[in-house]
Ligand binder design. Sequence first.
Ligand code: NAD
Ligand code: UDX
Length: 463
Amino acid sequence: MKITKICCIGAGYVGGPTMAVIAQKCPHIQVTVVDLNEQRIADWNDPNPENIPIYEPGLSEIVAEARGRNLFFSTDVDKAIDEAQMIFISVNTPTKTYGKGKGMAADLKYIELCARQIARVAKQNKIVVEKSTLPVRTAEAIKSILDNTGNGVQFQILSNPEFLAEGTAVTDLLNPDRILIGGDTTEEGEEAINALVDVYSNWVSRDRILTTNVWSSELSKLTANAFLAQRISSINAMSELCEKTGADVNEVARAIGMDSRIGPKFLKASVGFGGSCFQKDILNLVYIAKSYGLNEVADYWEQVIIMNDHQKRRFSNKIVQTLYNTVADKKITFLGWAFKKDTNDTRESAAIYVADDLINEQAKISVFDPKVSKNKMLNDLDYLETRISQENIDALSVFENAYEACKGAHAIAILTEWDEFTTYDWKKIYDSMHKPAFVFDGRNILNAKQLESIGFVYNGIGS
Ligand code: NAD
Ligand code: UDX
């Protein structure tokens, strides 16, 4: 089957960039991205491509090129489903906040709604592609809904997990390490797999397109995220030991990373990993293992999260202890709020948890982040529900400029590794602060020696 019309349900951090790149690379395919969120779609359609709702380097240029040509953003979900031969489901699959599996399992209600809507609308055979990250064997449930509530048309379900990382989404999509496609081993299943392989082959070489059965594909996504997060928790565990022993975690990471079996990537000690994926996907993995009675497997992976929570708490404790065991009414400036650089996404950012701890200690937090608005920060804090909103509003001030944010501060905490932080005039910042002036570098991006020569008391992670 030659695909000429694609629909993607979910115009978020995955659906938006992924479909923009497919549209750019496949001008012969009409790509329509749909979402229930009217504001989000309006933002994707903003005449100025700089105002699209997701900040990713290089994305606005691609949207500018393809939008209106073969890339469309719409709230008319039924129409897009009806017209497309291939439908990507790219909706959110957050951790459940209620009922069975609360706090662990993935909430599949949005997935189920999509499946029911596709079943209701589809009058011709469709290929349904799971782009969202899903528990292993979800395709079975989707197939059952489609077959039992549909209009008698045939559905093929493919699993095609997305491996892009935020902040590098465009380069990851243009030049992926691999594309993974899982499908049925039947003749129809293979036909569907080939149809999706053909789409990607427009810019990805065939030897990077891996095909497997559906269950392997679904589980590979959870496994990849678990392995990546595990490396961070492993180096973060070592960072605490380094602080006790005089070893330097950056030196340890370099030394072990040169072992070709270990490799140098993802060994950066930090205040803890954030983002919408790692925690959610590992909790989901733990839940799945437990539901099969595999308690040792579950405990093994849960430790990655326990270590990450410990690392965030350890960072805020260290700030309090170093500031003479009290931060009440002290101004602590956060540089960075996003969960990593080059994104405006703040989901599960370590900054939220550190701020929450320090506000509980009655500190005043001032923040500068190049891409995150005050409203978003307040929503993040309110989401934790540790106190009423007004207290967060009183405790948090947000600045458009780092120098202003640092004026009169007792300490600076680096929460995101934005490149611009390394280019600042740190002497000027030092002169504007209370003394002794402390820096807590949660990303190990600043030059400790240089800061110490200015007069700062510098605290990195793991040294
Ligand atoms: P997101 O919250 O940014 O976007 C999801 C969108 O789906 C929202 O705009 C929401 O309004 C929309 N939606 C929900 N239900 C809908 C429905 N029934 N009809 C129409 N629209 C609906 O989420 P995201 O970050 O793009 O993640 C989507 C999926 O991709 C998740 O399963 C996630 O685990 C996975 N994933 C995310 C990343 C990442 O870096 N963010 C990377 C790989 C995989
Ligand atoms: C992750 C996966 O990398 C990606 O493949 C998947 O599709 C989605 O989840 P993302 O969460 O967007 O991507 O960013 P990632 O680069 O993995 O960073 C996640 C968190 O780990 C960030 O908070 C980052 O700062 C932190 N991190 C990363 C470290 O603390 N140390 C490292 O060495 C690497």
